[in-house]
Design a protein around this ligand. Structure first.
Ligand SMILES: Nc1ncnc2c1ncn2[C@@H]1O[C@H](COP(=O)(O)OP(=O)(O)OP(=O)(O)O)[C@@H](O)[C@H]1O
Length: 281
């Protein structure tokens, strides 16, 4: 199957997206968020061998929002991310990126190219390469980047790597071999690799699992700095971390494949149904 998706390179180095140089992003693939929503899931169902893993799930995420998703094991959190990234197809229902991109019709690569980045729980960096090289490789893997376009763009690319190193707090480690980084640093590097591709929406699955307390707190600061510039969906079981990043934003509680509750952290923590199925007394 062809994989050239909705993305068509346009030869215009001045083309801008979200205020940053976009390295030739295709106008035709741009997600339309004029209604202020980056992701719409509507009445989504996923059935595995007769078992309803996702049950009439309806959810939307605003542009620049950081949405935390919590819920018991088996609630359907990973399956929901699989639908958004095209790994799993819904049995029914719709999944839209902005108003115009129907995710259910695209391949995983096309969805990544459209601007959805996903971070799985375990870090997957190129261990034998330096931190800088990992970011460079992530940029080269991005089909939207022109492969060879002369010194000006290479300069822009180096600047972009510098910016991302700063954002993820790894500037001092840029020459370090990735395999020698701590677990938390590897996670930040992988987030940096996703950021190189300028995602509009980032999906993060249990990002602080296995981190030290200090690394967890630093990750919270990182996520707080990313909201607004990107939209983020964070699945996490660590409630202190969720409180740190949710602040006054929305937390969605999934249970048995549906939204059980949605509201601020305080609201969901005091919701009897959420206490019953997940948080406990
Ligand atoms: N490929 C599959 N085939 C059959 N059942 C599946 C498949 N993938 C997931 N499931 C089932 O769907 C339900 C939802 O699983 P999912 O992994 O999405 O939950 P989760 O909320 O991410 O759980 P956790 O917090 O443990 O990661 C579970 O009951 C799981 O066993």
């Amino acid at each position: 199957m062809r994989d050239d998706g909705p993305t068509t390179l346009i030869m215009n180095p001045e083309h801008e997206l979200g205020g940053h140089a976009s390295y030739g992003r295709a106008a035709s693939s741009e997600v339309d968020t004029r209604h202020g929503v980056i992701l719409y899931l509507d009445s989504v169902n996923v059935v595995f061998d007769g078992f309803k893993a996702i049950n009439n799930l309806t959810l939307d995420i605003g542009v620049g929002e950081l949405r935390c998703i919590i819920g018991p094991n088996g609630a359907g959190k990973t399956t929901m991310m699989d639908i958004i990234t095209g790994k799993t197809r819904p049995s029914s229902g719709t999944a839209f990126f902005g108003q115009n991109i129907d995710l259910t019709t695209l391949s995983e690569t096309q969805i990544a190219n459209a601007g959805i980045g996903r971070k799985f729980q375990r870090p997957t960096v190129f261990e034998a390469h330096s931190v800088f090289e990992n970011l460079e490789l992530a940029m080269k893997a991005d089909k939207r980047v022109w492969p060879v376009l002369g010194a000006r763009l290479r300069g822009e690319q180096a600047d972009r790597i510098g910016e991302v190193l700063e954002t993820v707090g790894l500037s001092a480690q840029f020459q370090r071999t990735a395999g020698l980084l701590s677990h938390g640093q590897k996670q930040w590097l992988e987030i940096g690799m996703l950021l190189m591709q300028e995602p509009r929406l980032l999906l993060l699955d249990e990002p602080v699992a296995g981190m030290t307390d200090a690394e967890t707190e630093r990750t919270g600061e990182l996520f707080n700095s990313l909201k607004g510039k990107h939209s983020l969906m964070v699945v996490e079981h660590d409630m202190d971390f969720v409180a740190q990043i949710a602040q006054q934003g929305k937390v969605t509680v999934l249970c048995e494949g549906s939204v059980l509750a949605e509201g601020t952290m305080e609201q969901v923590q005091n919701d009897e149904r959420v206490i019953e199925v997940y948080l406990g007394r």
